[in-house]
Design a protein around this ligand. Structure first.
Ligand SMILES: [Zn+2]
Length: 200
């Protein structure tokens, strides 16, 4: 078993290039907040994070650490990831916000699926429990924010129907669900469709 490699990040610039998708990001964050799929726990710790790919590059804008419960994000609450390394669990970024410690989970999807333009990571215990092993699922040993989970996601995208179903369940991260699509609208639609199947 490999040792736990802690997430770290390095700011390359405090300025962040303009993010055209910010208004749309806020639209989908509000829907997710209303459904309590992102938010903050009673102890104030935020959960859930979203990202949007920057054009055809491997760079992406990701919501900042601990912003899960915030109602409206500004550019200062987002970071732009401009480089990442799975093995060392490190990212380089632009902006004043610290990128989510789950940024490599997002990177794993952009890295493996060139058609993915946006990623939603939410938490919901009931939904998660019902989806476990019913949708492509990472192993229980892979904890959130680790290189292992990024490798597991890349493996699922290569060897299962995760690429077409566009949903991954994180067995080692209670409540953790990831969906993606060409944009946030598609990632959100996948989430709603899977949720309906279970709640029906
Ligand atoms: Zn999470």
């Amino acid at each position: 078993m490999s040792e736990y490699v802690k997430f770290s990040c390095e700011r390359v610039a405090a300025g962040i290039s303009s993010f055209g998708g910010l208004a749309e990001l806020n639209v989908f964050r509000r829907k997710l907040l209303d459904l309590r799929l992102i938010g903050a726990y009673p102890n104030g710790i935020g959960f859930g994070n979203l990202s949007v790919r920057d054009g055809a590059t491997k760079n992406f804008y990701v919501t900042g650490s601990a912003t899960g419960g915030m109602h409206e994000l500004t550019l200062a609450d987002c970071a732009k990831v401009v480089a990442y390394d799975f093995e060392t669990n490190r990212v380089r970024y632009e902006g004043t916000a610290i990128p989510s410690s789950e940024s490599l989970t997002h990177a794993a999807i952009y890295e493996s699926d060139a058609t993915a333009g946006a990623v939603i990571h939410c938490h919901c215990s009931g939904f998660w429990a019902a989806l476990l092993n019913q949708a492509p699922t990472t192993s229980e040993a892979a904890e959130y924010g680790t290189p292992e989970i990024a490798y597991e996601i890349m493996k699922l995208l290569t060897h299962t129907d995760a690429r077409t179903r566009k949903i991954i369940v994180m067995a080692g991260h209670e409540g953790g669900i990831v969906t993606f699509g060409k944009d946030l609208a598609e990632g959100f639609a996948v989430l709603m469709r899977e949720r309906e199947k279970i709640c029906r």
